[in-house]
Design a protein around this ligand. Structure first.
Ligand code: GLN
Length: 475
């Protein structure tokens, strides 16, 4: 086996026993990227800056193109941020660097994380390593594809409505959205500040725990960061679900779910039951409103966050060929017209409308109220359940181009992932089998706030009883 095929925990064992050196592993994975990435296009930019390999955990990692790294160009895969070089490191980047992590490059994403397919990137799409005609999911599609293609051991993604979990599911890997406040958002270019959370994309559950140990923790520069003790997540890797209570929402296995995915979820539940867990049907009556609520709250916050990109301080500045109004207004308009792609413009318009006077009460305020109802439903179920299980996505990966002209059908890809963001709770996606065309599917586990350990425990037990995570795409 070549080093790039290994998990990070297998790699760390090799480092400890001196059977491999960080430098040779780095060279192996760089060669892998150079030979394969012209096909997969997981990366938008490499960050080969001569790492020194002196840290504790010199694991090569890919970073989504929306986290600030001092001195690198960071663009959110948008034309409007071309040429933006942040003057500081994001909180998570500081932590990765401190651990000795080797940053390989910036991973492709949907523009400003708006999307579920990685097709709205200004650099063009990333392709799914399991079938290059399919999307890798999004918005952290480059991060997921890099890990699935063995072009990185770990990746960081961000998840506002499913952007870590859905691509993890489409690419057959593990993706965790931590509790809101668990991981610092300092230096993450904001999409929707009340929903965004950074998290790991990895080859297995053990790697997920290792990366969580590095990135979790309080950061006073993020006002929503929570100052609570961080456990050693590897201690949660216990192969035992005896007596745990698993809730399965009756709303989750109904209409709109691909029957192949449903079958895999039912098989996964049967396995967990066989391991001693108790599975029971529960109800989340307000979840049918989750997608609509999300597209009010998320677009409202996005329209406000994106107001700062006006050609003055960041990235692109453009002027029209001839004067239209006055120089300043002309510059704003031309920069935003040329800088943002179609989906970003659509979200800015939706969000501005939802916040505008006269409509605020009917849309944004009502959205916030329904958000509370959705959270209350989850709280109620967690009174009698340890975890809630659903599919991660209603289908396996779809074809490139299939949904690009139908935003509504694209928005529905997030039907299972959005409730966790609205409620701020943690949720993980793990591989749970393959469609008859050989495309991976994902099982989602949701847990109580700050109980990532419960998710890791159940995920680990499932993983150790299956072999899905060991399969590799044939590239
Ligand atoms: N696909 C969802 C959206 O388009 C979620 C994106 C995300 O989590 N960043 O908004």
């Amino acid at each position: 086996m070549k080093p790039h095929q290994l998990t990070s925990h297998a790699l760390l064992d090799l480092f400890t026993s001196k059977q491999a050196s960080p430098k040779e592993v780095y060279e192996d994975i760089v060669a892998r990227i150079q030979s394969l990435d012209p096909k997969v296009k997981a990366y938008v930019r490499m960050a080969f800056k001569g790492p020194d390999f002196s840290g504790q955990m010199p694991i090569p990692i890919a970073i989504k193109d929306n986290m600030c790294i001092k001195g690198e160009e960071i663009t959110c895969s948008s034309r409007i941020l071309k040429g933006f070089h942040p003057p500081y490191d994001a909180g998570v980047i500081e932590r990765v660097k401190k651990s000795g992590g080797v940053i390989l490059g910036l991973a492709n994403m949907d523009e400003f994380a708006f999307g579920s397919s990685c097709e709205s990137s200004c650099y063009g799409p990333t392709f799914n390593p399991w079938n290059l005609a399919c999307v890798p999911g999004g918005s952290s599609g480059g991060s997921a594809a890099a890990v699935a293609a063995d072009e990185a051991f770990w990746a960081l993604g961000s998840d506002t409505g499913g952007s870590i979990r859905q691509p993890a599911s489409f690419c057959g890997i593990v993706g965790l959205k931590p509790t809101y406040g668990r991981v610092s958002r300092y230096g993450l270019i904001a999409f929707a500040s009340s929903l965004d959370q950074i998290g790991p994309l990895t080859k297995d559950v053990t790697d997920c725990a290792l990366l969580m140990n590095i990135i979790a923790g309080y950061d006073e520069r993020d006002s929503t960061s929570v100052n609570a003790p961080v456990p050693d997540y590897t201690k949660a890797l216990v192969k035992d679900v005896q007596g745990l209570k698993i809730g399965v929402p009756k709303e989750a296995l109904g209409e709109g779910l691909d029957p192949q995915v449903r079958l895999l979820i039912e098989e996964a539940l049967a396995l967990l039951q066989k391991q001693g867990a108790m599975v029971k049907e529960v109800s989340l009556p307000h979840t049918p409103y989750a997608v609509a609520t999300y597209y009010i709250v998320a677009t409202a916050e996005a329209s406000s966050n994106l107001a700062r990109f006006d050609g003055v301080q960041y990235g692109l500045r453009a002027m029209p060929a001839s004067t239209r109004k006055n120089a300043l207004i002309d510059m704003y308009e031309e920069t935003r017209a040329r800088g943002f792609g179609d989906e970003a413009k659509r979200r800015i318009m939706l969000g501005t409308y939802a916040l505008s006077s006269g409509y605020y009460d009917a849309y944004y305020l009502r959205g916030q109220k329904v958000r509370t109802l959705i959270k209350n439903d989850l709280d109620e179920v967690f009174k009698s359940c340890d975890v809630i299980v659903t599919p991660t996505a209603p289908s396996v990966a779809f074809k490139v181009g299939e949904k690009i002209s139908d935003p509504l059908s694209m928005y529905l890809s997030d039907i299972y992932t959005i409730p966790a963001n609205l409620a701020g709770i943690p949720a993980i996606s793990i591989p749970c089998g393959f469609s008859k065309d050989g495309m991976p599917a994902g099982l989602q586990l949701m847990g109580k706030a700050f109980n990532e350990e419960m998710l890791l425990r159940v995920a680990y037990t499932y993983e150790q009883n299956t072999e899905w995570h060991l399969r590799k795409p044939n590239l």
